[in-house]
Design a protein around this ligand. Structure first.
Ligand code: NAD
Length: 441
């Protein structure tokens, strides 16, 4: 099949390469000439494991362009442009999706299918559809659930495929043909109406965010009572009704999706007159943001209050490991706030330094976590990159000023660090104050 993908960011570039991997002829279109030049050269314009290899392997079936006209002749057009927060900072700005549809109109021919993949407020697809119907083009919504860092396997082996279609149309059959190899491997697919398909995505993100904030709220209770949130999560997770995944207490969620998506969902519910039903998402957001305050105050606590001139190594700047994405990154925000409070911050990250430098030029960066921690008073582990877990705390301690580590992702082997002489502080691992307040045996 001949397929176009409009918008070649974290979602669209991987989707374009994934569709070529399935055997289709694909053209990726983006307004950003740098992204397009990089993709056309077979080089991923952002850090996504395996993407460059996929681009190179499928070179013969994959082209990239800044001109929407190059999408003519395709029969299926995926829309994967951004839906950032609008001017109010809450509701989703769908103007990029609208612009992509407008730009597509002249290249469409009757019988084509337009497929939205961007995350949009419920009701958006039905509104857009009225612009495509007059030219004989159907619109389906096919929300994307990929996780950055695992985007390729999530695209080619998703948990499920969701189609939001108009009753009586042909979209489900066309999408079945697009995804035939994936469906053949047994991946479930659900054919829904368009509003339900839009809701599947926003509700899934709201649920995941709630689960994360739930365990982070438990971390506060654990800190106040001397309990251990990791042991708590392990025990809770064995309950088949709850499950262990997304129960890792820490610095909380960030990135280009979860934070903006729960705020947009909340705003959309207000517009629909059911705001009260989603009011709990305000608490989810608040608990999440308070993790950043908690880590900044932990640094102040372990350094005795005033952190001016103190050397702080921040390990990790991306919002999650295996990504270079620093959009709403809790790690980068903590680094910036420590710097603003007068600390000498040295940030490190295996992939995100370039993006972090662009957003936070005031910070000092070092790609090597060991030299970043040279003479440091404290190390803050802010993104749980596997490489940090592998470092030897005993050898590292020979380079640092003091042996204090704040493991804000609860990802290090606590015993290993403590037995190497480090003062270890996690989130929800029982604060020293709470422990002191407990009767000793
Ligand atoms: P992104 O900012 O990385 O990419 C969006 C791209 O669209 C940019 O490269 C931009 O230049 C391009 N663009 C904007 N307007 C355009 C136009 N008119 N024509 C062509 N290109 C245009 O964003 P992203 O992370 O890829 O997210 C895209 C959408 O996918 C959002 O709705 C997001 O919520 C959703 N989503 C993202 C992920 C993820 O992990 N990043 C996962 C699932 C869903």
């Amino acid at each position: 099949m001949r397929i176009s993908v409009i918008g070649c960011g974290y979602l669209g570039a991987v989707h374009a390469a994934g569709m070529a991997e399935l055997g289709h002829d694909v053209i990726g279109v983006d307004v950003d000439p740098h992204r397009i030049a990089s993709l056309a050269a077979g080089v991923a314009p952002f850090h996504e494991p395996g993407l460059s290899e996929l681009l190179v392997r499928n070179r013969s079936r994959l082209r990239f362009s800044t001109k929407i006209g190059d999408a003519s002749g395709c029969s299926v057009h995926f829309i994967a442009v951004g839906t950032p927060p609008g001017a109010d900072g809450q509701s989703a700005d769908v103007s990029f999706v609208e612009a992509a549809v407008s730009a597509l109109l002249p290249v469409l021919t009757p019988g084509d299918l337009v497929v939205g993949k961007s995350t949009v407020p419920v009701g958006t697809a039905d509104l857009l559809s009225s612009r495509l119907q007059p030219v004989g083009v159907e619109l389906a919504w096919n929300p994307e659930f990929l996780r950055e860092g695992h985007a390729i396997s999530d695209t080619l082996r998703p948990d499920r495929l969701v189609y939001g279609v108009q009753p009586g149309g042909n979209a489900a059959a066309v999408l079945d043909a697009v995804y035939a190899p994936i469906l053949k491997s047994g991946v479930p697919r659900l054919v829904l109406d368009r509003p339900t398909s839009e809701l599947v995505k926003t509700a899934a993100n709201a649920f995941l965010a709630t689960k994360i904030s739930f365990i982070n709220a438990m971390a506060d209770v654990a800190d106040a009572s001397g309990a251990d949130v990791v042991a708590l999560a392990d025990a809770l997770g064995l309950d088949a009704r709850i499950g262990r995944r997304f129960l890792n207490a820490g610095l909380g969620f960030g990135g280009g999706c979860l934070p903006k998506d729960i705020r947009a969902f909340r705003a959309r519910a207000e517009q629909l007159g059911v705001g009260d039903s989603l009011a709990f998402l305000d608490s989810v957001d608040r608990v999440n943001l308070s993790r950043r305050d908690r880590v900044v105050s932990l640094v102040q606590e372990v350094l005795g209050g005033d952190i001016r001139g103190r050397k702080v190594a921040v390990w990790g700047l991306a919002f999650k490991p295996d990504s270079d994405d620093v959009r709403d990154s809790p790690a980068l925000e903590v680094a910036q706030r420590l710097h603003a409070a007068g600390a000498e911050v040295r940030g490190t990250d295996p992939a995100a330094i370039e993006n972090a430098r662009y957003k936070a030029p005031e910070l000092t960066f070092d790609p090597n976590p060991v030299t970043a921690a040279h003479e440091a008073d404290v190390i803050v582990v802010a993104t749980e990159w596997a490489a940090y877990r592998a470092l030897d705390p005993a050898r590292l301690g020979m380079h640092t000023g003091r042996r204090i580590v704040i493991d804000s992702r609860n990802c290090l082997d606590r015993e290993r660090w403590e037995s190497a002489g480090w003062e270890y502080r996690g989130l929800g691992r029982g604060s020293s104050i709470a422990r002191l307040a407990l009767p000793t045996a």
